[in-house]
Design a protein. Structure first.
Length: 224
């Protein structure tokens, strides 16, 4: 890679298109992924950016469908940071039409541009209990994502009231699915009791990343 020597993304994408059948990018910059996709002649897959994490949410949706058989009339509660995974859940709700309620602290809501034109089935509140009440799925993530390590102490204080614990799970439907994209910080965003409990599908969810990502590669590389 010559990007560090000021080669343009356009030129790098064209060269990699001569070498590869597909390119999977995990980076901070959403713009970099979009520029690569614009100039490459091969499949370019967003494996994570600061803005979105679509492959993660595809495997999460696969897990929900595997467990419930469908996603009709589904209520999903997102508890915690309005981060890249939350943004991709917003996109999924917009496309598929299920109800998504995101409970996030003030100042940590999803970005306004991600919420534009998503529809009334997506809402953002600051009450974790209201979000979880009657939910089919409760989902959470770490309070400080990659690149935010310097914010961890402050975030620990802000997010204390947004933990997924057993009392929160009991507000949801009896057969609620509890999800976490891992790695988890037990005792912070989720308790050990919940992640190891009967409603947890966290480790099935982790396994399904393997299967979904294989399927995604097959579809894009074979261009079916």
């Amino acid at each position: 890679m010559q990007l560090s020597r000021d080669e343009t993304v356009e030129d790098t994408a064209r060269v990699l298109s001569r070498y590869l059948d597909g390119l999977v990018i995990r980076t901070y910059s959403q713009r970099l992924v979009e520029e690569m996709a614009k100039w490459a002649d091969i499949a370019v897959i967003n494996a994570l950016t600061d803005l979105y994490h679509p492959c993660q949410v595809l495997s999460d949706l696969m897990t929900v469908k595997e467990k419930r058989g469908h996603m009709d009339n589904m209520k999903v509660a997102w508890i915690g940071d309005g981060n890249n995974v939350a943004h991709s859940w917003i996109n999924a709700a917009h496309l598929l039409g299920f109800e998504l309620i995101l409970a996030c602290p003030s100042g940590y809501h999803p970005l306004p541009e991600v919420l534009e034109d998503v529809g009334e089935n997506v809402s953002v509140i600051e009450d974790r209990e209201e979000a979880a009440r009657g939910a089919d799925v409760i989902n959470t993530d770490v309070w400080a994502s990659m690149g935010q390590e310097d914010q961890k102490a402050r975030r620990m204080k802000v997010f204390q009231e947004f933990q997924v614990d057993q009392s929160l799970v009991e507000l949801a439907k009896p057969d609620v699915l509890v999800m976490h994209c891992l790695p988890a910080h037990r005792g912070e965003e989720i308790t050990a009791e919940v992640i190891d409990g009967p409603q947890s599908v966290v480790f099935d969810q982790a396994e399904n990343k393997l299967h979904l990502h294989q399927a995604l590669l097959e579809k894009l590389l074979l261009k079916e």
